[in-house]
Design a protein around this ligand. Structure first.
Ligand code: NDP
Length: 274
């Protein structure tokens, strides 16, 4: 029998410190939706079985985080075009007929934050993405769709950046490289590495920070992240962190599940003042 209140959640490993339950509870209250949102800490070897179990128990949908985004794409009956392109899923929906649909809202979340929350134009801009993991893969297609002059993907392990750029080369001007090849300035520098999580900054030349450049760290924290401090120390125009992306990708998932788009501004304000 299905539970009376619609259930959603986040599956990952680890997930204990996630702010997603807080964000989705504010969205639900704001839009008058009756739902719960729980955390599921599941190790990779148990991922598939646990997802199937939760679907059988009547859970309606799950957000997916590290390290399960690729495995999530593999168990879906259908993928959205953007999830297919990314090869990774952060939003699972369990349909009444048993189909599992997968989407990836990370790219839409980043674009909404940059363009709508911060008024940053991307068309004709020179964009550097540092990092070639799941997050970089998820945002490349939406960024290229906005017709930047070029996107360079640079990674500590250069081979991964080459491979990533090759996968998206049909969508626009995108090149992959190692850090040492970065000598020219960009308008927008996005840190899509997990370096900030261990208090580090990627070993990239400050020459990448063009005059008035926007530097955006996908990671976030109570204070400026190490990447933001590095960018400010080298004269960037604006340094931003990933709170807005976090809230916007959650809003996009909420909209997929509930068919209503929450107002993200008050939720972002509530998060930042915690
Ligand atoms: P992955 O584990 O898939 O990739 C990690 C990347 O970081 C790799 O490119 C890796 O390089 C690089 N890296 C790690 N440590 C260093 C270091 N010290 N110096 C240079 N490069 C380093 O992680 P994700 O792509 O899933 O996540 C990346 C970041 O984005 C995380 O901080 C995550 O929290 C954030 N994120 C934020 C979101 C938001 O909503 N704000 C949404 C999704 C992600 P190599 O290949 O050489 O190992």
């Amino acid at each position: 029998m299905s539970p009376t209140v619609d259930q959603y959640g986040l599956i990952g490993h680890p997930v204990a410190h996630s702010l997603s339950p807080f964000i989705h509870s504010l969205f639900a209250r704001q839009t008058g939706q009756s739902m719960t949102y729980r955390l599921y800490d599941v190790e990779p070897e148990n991922f598939r079985a646990r997802v199937m179990e939760l679907a059988a128990e009547g859970v309606r949908g799950l957000n997916v985080t590290v390290p399960h985004k690729v495995a999530a794409a593999q168990l879906c009956s259908e993928l959205s075009a953007r999830a297919q392109r990314a090869g990774a899923v952060n939003t699972l929906t369990f349909n009444e007929d048993g189909r599992i649909t997968g989407d990836n809202t990370d790219g839409a979340g980043l674009i909404r934050d940059l363009r709508d929350n911060h008024g940053i134009a991307l068309q004709g801009r020179h964009i550097l993405i540092i990092g070639a993991g799941g997050a970089a893969r998820g945002v490349l297609a939406p960024l290229l769709a906005l017709a930047p002059a070029r996107v360079v993907v640079a990674n500590r392990t250069a081979e991964k950046a080459w491979a990533l750029a090759a996968d998206f080369a049909d969508l626009g001007s995108v090149q992959g490289c190692g850090f040492e090849e970065l000598t020219t300035p960009f308008d927008l520098v996005i840190n899509a590495t997990s370096a900030s999580l261990s208090g580090q900054t990627p070993a990239v030349s400050p020459a990448v920070i063009g005059p008035g450049a926007v530097c955006y760290d996908m990671a976030y924290g109570k204070q400026d992240t190490p990447f933001m401090l590095w960018a400010k120390a080298h004269g960037c125009g604006t340094a931003l962190q990933g709170w807005g992306m976090l809230v916007e990708q959650a809003a996009e998932s909420f909209c997929i599940w509930r068919g209503v788009r929450p107002d993200t501004a008050p939720v972002l304000a509530a998060l930042e003042s915690r």
